[in-house]
Design a binder for this molecule. Sequence first.
Ligand code: HEC
Ligand code: HEC
Length: 245
Amino acid sequence: MLKLGVGAFGLAFIIAPAAVAQEGSEQGQQLYQQHCALCHKDSGAGDPPTFPALNADDQLGDLVRIVRSIKAGRRRMPPFPSLTAEEVSSLANYIRDAWANDFGGVATEDVTAVLRGLGDADPMASVWDGVFTEAQATRGQAVYDGACALCHGRRLNGAPDDPDLRSTPPLARARFLRVWEGRSLATLFEYTRATMPEDNPNSLTVQENVDVIAYMLSVGGMPAGADELQPDPRSLSRVAVGPRP
Ligand code: HEC
Ligand code: HEC
């Protein structure tokens, strides 16, 4: 409703409140698909015990807990510091009301109040800002060749070396960027750490995991810089995946 602004107040008369609520939940659903469904799935069923279900989670009555989990992360759930108060509230509304959930709506002001208590986040960087070192990417290549290439291919294009194996998602270049655009390296880190290599998840150290990510970025043409990417979800959450600027 606010979005219509004063200049459009004539229009506001013909948009019923139900239509406005509908628009809000569409935004929530879109954000959910972009940022959350990778782990919690479209159905909200997740992949327990790795990724908990949200379609039967009693905790969703607790707004403070939801907002903190989204914005600051929670154990192996990545933080999402770049989401605005409005976006966090759309997401909270969506997950509290989707599937068979019925936890009631939340007001953006209430979300803003919780966010204020969490303090200011550092500014966001991009994968194009030189966020890993060349030496790190070289280490990552060794890990990749040993643990990932079998399924994702030597060229990271999703075509396995063995033609009998099924194809997998690409891990670099345009198709990867299109799928991952707007997500952060913390999401990539936590997802990969918990699920890959698919035949032996959780087998890499956090250092190996972040080194592989550095290698993926370098193959995608992103420049190396002076500092290594750290295996720390908080700092990784401030690096956004996006197209070449
Ligand atoms: C990389 C995987 C991943 C992504 C992406 C992800 N989550 Fe989670 N989420 C988790 C894990 C793991 C947990 C369990 C955390 C724990 O151990 O308490 C969790 C827990 C939660 C919880 C329950 C917290 C509680 O109160 O127990 C909520 C709510 C939640 N996630 C919402 C979201 C939303 C909304 C998004 C998108 C903005 C999202 N998650 C994205 C992995 C993920
Ligand atoms: C045994 C085969 C196999 C191995 C080994 C493997 N993967 Fe995967 N990977 C897959 C499959 C299959 C998917 C698709 C999973 C799905 O969609 O549920 C996938 C998905 C991914 C994704 C998500 C991509 C996207 O856009 O959705 C990432 C990231 C990833 N793998 C990284 C890695 C890394 C890094 C390694 C090595 C440490 C690795 N994988 C090793 C089979 C494998």
